[in-house]
Design a protein around this ligand. Structure first.
Ligand code: MG
Length: 326
């Protein structure tokens, strides 16, 4: 069990860090154990940060540790940056299970190795029972940009791809939280994207990428349309959604396009490169699809075209969709 003393800056704190955390996450840089870590310089450094407060901490397809490392590294990957150095702060509630904490550390270690990234600095705080819900994690991450991608390059004519079926994370968290027993194996899509992104970047004409986390695909497309002053048209029937996810969305009354993903991303690519990009994406997920295109019409807006040819706007999600999903 984690005790308040383990966050006291003294012997118990040192033991938690050196005997438990370093055992799973340790490396030469972290072992320097000074107030800061010298990481040298990177030619084109990208810096990002994210906090993780998900409930429940363990869910089908992952846990808060996997989510935290994958989530931070994915934001770098979406910028065309190879993940390198991470900071990690734990805020732990007094009484938290040491066994669960170690399980989370093991998940983090596995995800770090997939990204070939290291935690090089960190902090651990223990707060009195009731002051937080189990465990929160903050991660900041630095990566080295190897490809010039940006939403600034969006322009009419580009094809819009999705790397897999949508809304699995939001639907799986909702089902886990509500104790819904499913006859299926609905799982979060939580995963590290650098391996697929690294291959994808060998295709010419990749202009922009964004992981469709909070607010789902709807949020990404609306942010893009607004930032670049372009319209985006999506073919509703082309968006891959599994049967289980569709069922959960009907119960929730949400569109799959607004629910969160944690390992599914949107790509804008030159139309002639779309087949080559899809081929790479489908090696990792057969559901990857071409779902739409960037256009001049309706600048700043996202248009959803139904199977029957009718059109409506897909708006930026609003209100409380599902709190604490990441
Ligand atoms: Mg992101």
């Amino acid at each position: 069990m984690i005790t308040l003393a383990m966050g006291n800056g003294g012997v118990e704190n040192r033991d938690l860090i050196e005997k438990v955390i370093f055992r799973h996450l340790g490396n030469d840089l972290l072992a320097q154990a000074e107030d800061g870590t010298a990481i040298g310089s990177l030619p084109k450094a990208i810096f990002t940060t994210d906090s993780f407060t998900i409930s429940p901490l363990f869910f089908p397809g992952g846990d808060i540790g996997k989510l935290a490392v994958a989530g931070a590294c994915n934001d770098l990957a979406m910028m065309g940056a190879r993940p390198k150095f991470l900071s990690c702060s734990f805020i732990i509630e007094e009484g938290f299970s040491l066994r669960d904490f170690q399980r989370i550390l093991r998940s983090m270690a596995k995800e770090l190795s997939l990204n070939q990234a290291q935690i090089v600095t960190g902090d651990t705080k223990v707060v009195p029972k009731g002051s937080c819900d189990g465990l929160y994690i903050n991660i900041s991450a630095i990566g080295e940009q190897v490809a010039d991608v940006s939403q600034g390059y969006l322009k009419p004519g580009l094809a819009i791809l999705i790397s897999g079926s949508v809304a699995k994370h939001g639907a799986a968290i909702f089902a886990a939280r509500e104790g819904i027993e499913l006859q299926s194996d609905l799982m979060s899509d939580c995963k590290s994207l650098w391996p697929v992104v690294e291959e994808l970047l060998s295709v010419e004409g990749i202009k922009a990428m964004r992981d469709a986390t909070r607010g789902g695909v709807a949020a990404v497309l609306n942010e893009w349309a607004r930032a670049a002053g372009v319209g985006i048209e999506i073919d509703e029937g082309a968006v891959p959604v599994t049967e289980e996810v569709r069922g959960i969305c009907e119960m929730l009354g949400f569109e799959p396009l607004v629910l969160a993903n944690e390992g599914t991303f949107v790509v804008a690519v030159e139309p002639e490169s779309a087949p080559a990009a899809l081929e790479v994406l489908r090696r990792y997920d057969p559901d990857a699809s071409l779902i739409g295109r960037v256009q001049e019409e309706y600048a700043g807006r996202v248009v959803l075209r139904s199977q029957w040819g009718t059109r409506r706007f897909l708006d930026m999600p609003s209100g409380e969709i599902l709190p604490r999903i990441c």
